[in-house]
Design a protein around this ligand. Structure first.
Ligand code: KIV
Ligand code: ZN
Length: 520
């Protein structure tokens, strides 16, 4: 490790790979490109863009992200098999800075699955890392379930991987089993014990099964790791991964006890968090650190009083540093496009002229209906406009009649594959009537698994964010939308979920091979 990299912690984001493995979190091709661009612009050092052998869709996404990459290293995942590694290289080789990440489960439980002896697995690691290194100068190797692997064997396989040419050794806590002191100690002992270890970068990859992922990752850095693997909003398998926003803001806020730096432009955190929540269909819990709706909200009298006197009484970081203004927006119905663009910039959101035009139209509509337009409203508008252009199902118009007198009636106009169609349906309440009308226009067997409404801001004129999760033949798709009219937001969220199912049907058609870690 050079002096220059000593205190700099590399941020490795795996939202598009480990994050997308969360049940129900599927992103379309265009959404993946968008998220990758936001990550690159925010200063993420390494983007794990996908698992190229998993499907034709993953391969295309990793290849295109690699082609479009700017500063970030683009990494693809591969099992310890030569065809996986070749496929991964075919996808990442288009990047200015490509990386192959290959892994195998080394704990007793994981060794039993491919039924390899310790010696056979050691040979496989030597063969596959050597092969990856012959293709690419930048190779990461991971012993999956490292924290439950026997110490002597872990040292042995890490040494083999380093000798075969791995430049980064990642130590995954695959099942979220470790605890901070143990996490720090493991990395420290590996670096002290394994020959060649001080010459490579050690990484930490923590899952959150016991709610300790962020603490374990930061402890690993104290033990000597200089790469943190994480995801936006902590998305990931089961209880998720270390959250990018948490480790970055912890390092920034407590530089007195963690004297490290990252290259992340923190003002962009809130926007990317919102985008990932929307495209992955996983709303952020209100009390989530840094990015939750309540993270900078104060309700009790004592806290409000303290805040008015000095914000530092109850806030350890400035909301502006993560891309939220602490106060309400001065934007209103008289604000122009320049003010909107400036506000978006302040929120860390960069949009092209066309998207700005769309957001501006919606902003004016909203400002007409709503007294105050808050930052959260603007971010909700940005999310809503980013999705719609390429969707095959679009809402054109709707009206609903409902009340105490009987069933509700919904009249709906939609554009489906460019053709305008309309339907009227009755239902048990306005949302039921609306969903039935949508099903008349786009018949489908999808089962409604979740219907959830949140207010974006306060007041009866607040925008509602609606989340709809559908299940069809084992495929899960989640849609989200925001509007001051809850029924309109519901219709748009339902249509959004259907659009995702259309994409998933295409994606999982012929081209997806059943793939599992079990084959590793
Ligand atoms: O959790 C894990 O072990 C992983 C590996 C593929 C690195 O995600
Ligand atoms: Zn993982």
């Amino acid at each position: 490790m050079t002096d220059q990299t000593k205190d700099r912690v590399l941020i490795f984001d795996t939202t598009l790979r480990d994050g997308e493995q969360s049940p129900g979190a599927t992103m379309t091709h265009d959404e993946k490109l968008e998220i990758a661009e936001l990550l690159d612009d925010m200063g993420v050092d390494i983007i794990e863009a996908g698992f190229p052998i998993a499907s034709e869709g993953d391969f295309r996404a990793v290849s295109e992200i690699a082609e479009r990459s700017k500063d970030a290293v683009i990494c693809g995942l591969a099992r310890a098999q030569l065809p996986d590694i070749d496929r991964c290289w075919e996808a990442v080789k288009h990047a200015g800075k490509p990386r192959i990440h290959t892994f195998i489960g080394t704990s007793p439980l994981h060794r039993a699955i491919p039924n390899l002896t310790m010696d056979e697995m050691a040979d496989r690691i030597h063969e596959t890392v050597t092969h990856a290194r012959n293709l690419c100068d930048n190779v990461q190797w991971s012993p999956m379930d490292a924290t439950r692997t026997e110490w002597d064997y872990l040292c042995r396989v890490v040494e083999i991987a380093i000798k075969a040419g791995a430049t980064t050794i990642n130590i995954p806590d695959t099942v979220g089993y470790t605890a901070p002191r143990e996490s720090a100690d493991l990395i420290k002992r590996l670096i002290e014990t394994v020959p060649g270890a001080p010459d490579v970068v050690f990484a930490t990859h923590c899952h959150n099964d016991l709610g300790m992922a962020t603490a374990n990752a930061l402890a690993a850095v104290e033990g000597g790791a200089r790469q943190i693997e994480c995801t936006i909003n902590g998305l990931g398998e089961r209880a998720g991964n270390t959250a990018l926003e948490e480790v970055v803001m912890a390092i920034k806020t407590r530089s007195d006890i963690m004297p490290f730096t990252t290259g992340i432009e923190t003002k962009k955190i809130m926007h990317i968090s919102r985008r990932v929540a929307t495209v992955a269909g996983f709303p952020v819990q209100f009390n989530k650190a840094i990015v939750g709706k309540n993270a900078f909200a104060h309700e009790s009298g004592i806290h409000q009083d303290g805040m008015l006197k000095n914000a530092e009484t109850f806030e350890i970081m400035r909301p502006e540093d993560v891309g939220i203004a602490g106060t309400s927006l001065p934007l209103g119905k008289h604000s122009g496009r320049a003010a909107l663009r400036a506000k978006l910039k302040e929120l860390g959101v960069e949009v092209g002229d066309n998207q700005l035009k769309d957001i501006f139209v919606r902003f004016k509509e909203l400002a007409d209906r709503k007294k105050e337009v808050y930052d959260d409203d603007i971010l909700a508008l940005v999310s809503a406009t980013a999705d719609e252009e390429t969707d095959s199902l679009q809402l054109v118009n709707m009206s609903v009649h409902c009340g105490t007198g009987g069933p509700a009636t919904a009249d709906l106009e939609m554009e489906i594959d460019g053709k305008e169609v309309s339907a009227t349906s009755q239902g048990d309440g306005p949302v039921d009537a609306t969903f039935k009308a949508i099903r008349m226009l786009h018949p489908n067997a999808a089962r409604l698994q979740l219907y959830q409404v949140h207010a974006v801001t306060e007041g009866t004129d607040a925008q509602a964010t609606v989340t709809v999760r559908l299940e069809e033949d084992g495929m899960i798709a989640t849609g989200q939308s925001a509007d001051t009219d809850t029924v309109v937001a519901s219709a748009k969220a339902y249509i959004n979920a259907l659009n995702r199912l259309v994409v998933r049907r295409e994606k999982t058609g012929k081209d997806v091979k059943e793939i599992s870690y079990k084959d590793a």
